[in-house]
Design a binder for this molecule. Structure first.
Ligand SMILES: NC(=O)c1ccc[n+]([C@@H]2O[C@H](COP(=O)([O-])OP(=O)(O)OC[C@H]3O[C@@H](n4cnc5c(N)ncnc54)[C@H](OP(=O)(O)O)[C@@H]3O)[C@@H](O)[C@H]2O)c1
Length: 295
C-alpha cells in the first residue's frame, strides 16, 4: 500500500484529502502538533522533532501545515509564526527525509495565489510571473523555496498555488456566511479566485498519480469572480440579502490592520496551465456553491 504523509492533515483541506486518499486505497499518516488519532504522529517544529514512525515507508509527503493566514492580526510575532509554520516545517521535513534516508517519490506542497501579491488590476498572473514585495507574497516565496529544496536530492516537487477553498466545513465560506446579511468588502472589484475542495483534493491526488504533473500550478477554477460577484452568487444560493452598503475599506483596515489586504485586494490569476492537465468538476461558482449547500 502506498503511504502518504500529510502535514497539517487535521485541517480543512487535509481532512477532505485524507478521506479521499483512504477511499482510493492509500495509507494515510498525518503529522500534527497534537496527535489524537491512531494514524496521527507528533512533530515539534521548533525543537526539530518528527516521530520517525511517521516518515517510515512514506512514498509522498503532502505539506499543508501552516498557521491560519486570516486568523489573527499580522503582528511581527504572528508574521514569524505564519512563515515558520510553513518554512521551518518544510526545512525539517527535508532534513529528516535525508537523515532517515526516506526514498520519497514526490514532495507536494500547498502555496497561495498570494504569491502574486495583494493587487487588484486586470493583469492576469501566470505561473512564470515574478512575485511582489508585500508580506503575503514573501510568505509564498519562502514556502515554495523551502519545498523546492527536495529537487536538490532528486525528489520531484509539485506546488499548488491555491485560491480560496470552498467547503461547507470551514474556511472562507463559513466566515462569509453570517446569520442575516452578506457584505461586499471595499470596492468589491478585487478578484477572488476560488476552487471547490473536491477539485483541489483531486489535484493533490493527481500530483501523486500523474508523473507529468510536476512543477508549479495555479489551482483556481477557470471562471473568474470578484468579491462583489462572489458575494452576490453566495447570497442567491443561501437565499440571503447582500448589505446595501459596502463594508468600508478604512474600517476593515482599522480592525484588521495589514491583514485587511487579503480581503480588500485580489489578483486576477490564470487557470490556463492547470486546465491543460485537469478538467475541473466545478468551473462555475453557482454550481460549486449549490453543490456545497445542498449536500
Ligand atoms: N483554505 C484556503 O482557502 C486556502 C487557500 C490557499 C492556500 N491554503 C493553504 O493550504 C494549506 C491547508 O489549508 P487549510 O485550509 O486546510 O488550513 P487549516 O484548516 O488552517 O489547517 C492547517 C493545519 O496546519 C497546522 N498548523 C496550524 N498552525 C500551525 C503552526 N503554528 N505550526 C505548525 N502547524 C500548524 C494545523 O494542524 P495541527 O493542529 O494538527 O498541527 C492545521 O490543522 C494551508 O497552508 C493554507 O495556507 C488554504
Amino acid at each position: 500500500m502506498t503511504k502518504i504523509l500529510i502535514t497539517g492533515g487535521t485541517g480543512l483541506v487535509g481532512k477532505h484529502l485524507s478521506k479521499e486518499l483512504k477511499a482510493k486505497g492509500y495509507e494515510v499518516a498525518i503529522l500534527s502538533r497534537n496527535p489524537k488519532q491512531e494514524n496521527e504522529y507528533k512533530w515539534d517544529i521548533s525543537n526539530d522533532y518528527i516521530d520517525e514512525k511517521a516518515l517510515k515507508n512514506t512514498s509522498y509527503i503532502i505539506h499543508l501545515a501552516g498557521a491560519g493566514i486570516v486568523e489573527k492580526r499580522w503582528t511581527n510575532k504572528r508574521k514569524k509564526i505564519l512563515i515558520n509554520s510553513r518554512v521551518d516545517s518544510a526545512n525539517l521535513l527535508f532534513k529528516k527525509t535525508k537523515e532517515f534516508n526516506i526514498p520519497l517519490k514526490g514532495f507536494i506542497s500547498a502555496s497561495g495565489i498570494g504569491y502574486y501579491g495583494g493587487i487588484t488590476s486586470n493583469i492576469i498572473f501566470t505561473e512564470t510571473d515574478a512575485p511582489k514585495n508585500d508580506f503575503i507574497s514573501k510568505i509564498c516565496v519562502a514556502w515554495e523555496n523551502a519545498a523546492e529544496q527536495f529537487e536538490s536530492i532528486n525528489i520531484p516537487v509539485t506546488i499548488l498555488r491555491t485560491g480560496v477553498v470552498l467547503s461547507k466545513k470551514g474556511g472562507a465560506l463559513k466566515k462569509m456566511n453570517t446569520p442575516l446579511f452578506l457584505s461586499i468588502l471595499g470596492t468589491g472589484k478585487q478578484f477572488m479566485p476560488w476552487i471547490h475542495i473536491e477539485d483541489l483534493s483531486n489535484l493533490f491526488i493527481k500530483a501523486i498519480e500523474d508523473n507529468n504533473f510536476k512543477g508549479i500550478f495555479n489551482t483556481v477554477a477557470p471562471n473568474e469572480d470578484t468579491n462583489s460577484s462572489f458575494t452576490k452568487a453566495l447570497a442567491k444560493v443561501l437565499k440571503k440579502l447582500v448589505l446595501p452598503i459596502h463594508a468600508p475599506s478604512f474600517v476593515l483596515k482599522l480592525i484588521l490592520g495589514e491583514l485587511a489586504i487579503i480581503l480588500l485586494k485580489g489578483s486576477r490569476v490564470s487557470s490556463k496551465k492547470i486546465t491543460k492537465q485537469y478538467q475541473f468538476k466545478f468551473n462555475n461558482l453557482t454550481d460549486a456553491l449549490k453543490d456545497i449547500y445542498t449536500l
